[in-house]
Design a binder for this molecule. Sequence first.
Ligand code: NAI
Length: 260
Amino acid sequence: MAGLMEIRSAIVTGAASGIGLATTTTLLEAGWQVAGFDRDGNALAAAMQNLSAYHGRVRLHPLDITDEAASKAAISEIMDGFGPLRGVVTSAGIASNTSFFDTTPDLMRRMNDVNVIGSFLTARIAAETMRDNGGGAIVLIASVSGLVGNRGRTAYGASKGAIVNLTRIMAVELAAHRIRVNAIAPGPIDTAMARQVHSAKVRAEWCDKVPMGRYGTPNEVAQAARFLLDEQQSGYITGQILAVDGGFSIAGLNGGDETA
Ligand code: NAI
């Protein structure tokens, strides 16, 4: 069992923006050391300015998560001198709102390259380290679009559906190595990605379909990730898909009703 005073370290991908940035901040607040990766170097530099209070416990590094060799090099370089790797959150991802007939093989490939293969690569490289150093926890960021058939999500939803079952498979295989693997399926979260993909009409539809009637915040997803990484709080939870979605994925009839 890890000593109480051990300073744990975590890897966060997509750390420059949205859910990844909020997760980085939340983990730093909870005392973790955080190695954050993102392909957007300028956004990383801006994020670093805002995280200067955590100087020494946070390292941010440009990385394209689809590049295996660069990922291996960056992860081993950045972890040097940090405490044992105990957590990974794969938030880097891309989205598209494209109808089935407009979805090209190229879009399918790009989406899967980043969302599936990129997340898998980060998780595998990190899991090798955790396997050899006392275990840890992985949180993959999926989406409610990987749970239900949302219109316009042929490429995106298929990639997130793959993440959902990858989570279960990894949980089963890695349990013996003391690595827990869970996923978060966010509903609509107010980030740069959502602002880019959701028109005003789509925004209104989400607010209508989400029982809580609003978008979530990046921090609300980050708090769930912190919980799922924390051995003390979620030590017997693995293979689960936690929807952070204001009730979207469990809702049936919702609205236009006299009982409200
Ligand atoms: P965001 O666009 O604010 O942040 C995503 C970050 O990933 C960006 O900083 C981007 O530069 C980085 N990134 C993209 N491709 C990369 C690559 N190949 N290598 C390294 N970094 C890369 O988006 P947001 O909303 O924070 O999304 C984070 C995750 O949450 C994504 O996986 C997304 O699919 C998922 N999600 C978001 C929802 C939302 O409504 N915002 C809903 C459900 C899931």
